[in-house]
Design a protein around this ligand. Sequence first.
Ligand SMILES: [Zn+2]
Length: 453
Amino acid sequence: MAPDLRLLSRTLVARAVLERHDRWDRRTLRDHQARALARLRSHALAASPYYRRTRAGLENAPLSELPVLTKDELMANWDDVCTDKSLRLADAEGRLLQAERSMLDPGRPWRGRWWVAATGGTTGRRAVLAWNRIEWAQVLASYARVNDWAGVGVDLRNPVRTAIVSSLNPTHQSAVVGASINSRLVPTLRLDARTPVKSLVSALNDFQPRLLVSYASMLGTLAGAQLAGDLHLSPAKVIAASEVLPADGRAAAQRAWGRDVVVDTYAATETAGIASTCEQGRWHLYEDLVIVEAVDDDCQAVPVGASGTRLLVTPLFTRTFPLIRYELTDAVRLEPGSCPCGRPFALLGAVEGRTEDTLTLPGAAGGVRVHPVVFHTALESLSPDGWQVEQTDTGLVVRLAGRATQDHLARARVLDALTELGVTGLQVDVRLVPSIERTPLGKAPLVKAPPAS
Ligand SMILES: [Zn+2]
């Protein structure tokens, strides 16, 4: 398909604007946020029946006092949250279904003006969103910022050959983004993370990407293939996407391709890019594009430096679907201080995984909530090819993939860590498996809770 030139030129302009924001001071950034938020709120009240109905009397309330918008609430009120009367959820769902069945080019705009994507939906209902050309250019520019901060330049003499190992599902935002940017400037190879490693290695060897973007859970495997001499890549950067990058995967990637090669990103379908690492290796929030509040289970702000259990996001550039204090169930920690790179954006200490991945295990005094970081700490060094913890009716099944051999030590470490937290009477069964099974979207969840009853 010929590239959408109006989209590409808008994206280039949006990208140049974002580059200027890197040189702002903190005060200019704050002023920009306040103005952009005021415009977003007045647009939502004027054009969205949902916001008009539910936010009456709160026109002048500070952001922190506005109600939270959950995914369920968005999906239950989709047509009314939407500010364009011509868009209906039933039609957007129809478009997604059509995309899935015929594998049509997801980069081509629907009805000539909308780009549509759905969230992965591993838990509960998936969220569906649509962006117009102006908004979609901002989405693309926010993802391009990852490359810009990583120092991967692009021009016609120096195209960024990009390989993306993720999902080929055409309803997934990464597929829509990949199809939208595929051009002479960014020749893109998209691979399904569920493909056997041998086929991935062969396709990547043929393509020779300058930029390798991969589900974080696949990076360790690909780095292992490089270290074993099967994969022969020399990427300028390796971008860990969509999942938390396990420490062992990071270490393997650094051994395979160099110490400064790994770039971390944090994004969501609803917001596009939220944060990525600068050349100093520190995470910065994209505060000019999205307001981020780290909160606890009651949606109360947690102090900088403390871990929240979820975050509330307010993307500042969307108008078709204003999302004001939209809940994402990721645990993140904001960090105080500034970075030698000089960017004005606040620091993100860590993305600690999805709150859904927190397990409730039996204890003497009732259920004990166990955060996924407990298993990261216990298992990462023992299982370089991946691991998974699944809660079953009788206890926990721990799977160690590939080259792992220390099942007894793994069991002891998990039991020790859980006992320390007060978990009692739990059966822990450790199994050595060839590989971790991937979901239909190609992800390999580290922690699996039992299906909600
Ligand atoms: Zn920095």
